[in-house]
Design a protein around this ligand. Sequence first.
Ligand SMILES: [Zn+2]
Ligand SMILES: [Zn+2]
Length: 92
Amino acid sequence: MSLAAKRHLSRVAALGCVICRRLGMSDTPAEIHHPRFAAGMAQRASDWLAIPACPEHHRGPRGIHGDRSVLRQIKCDEPALLADVIELLSRE
Ligand SMILES: [Zn+2]
Ligand SMILES: [Zn+2]
C-alpha cells in the first residue's frame, strides 16, 4: 500500500462511523470497510473507496456485512456513504 493510501485510510477512519453520523451520533470510533461495488471480480477493493463504520455497523447483525438493515433504516447505500466521506474530507 502506498504512503498516500495509508494516510487516506487514517483520515477516513478519523471521521468516525458515517452510519452513526446519519443516525445523529458523531465521532463514533470506526474501522475501515472496503466496498466491493467498484472492484472487479476477484480484485481487491480500492483503499480510495474506503468507508468508516463502527464495529456494530460494519460487522454487527444489522450492519454492512450482516443483513444490512441499518442501511435501509437510514435509506442509504454504500455509494451514498462514500459521498458523505468525500464531503467530510473536503471540509478539513
Ligand atoms: Zn456506527
Ligand atoms: Zn467491511
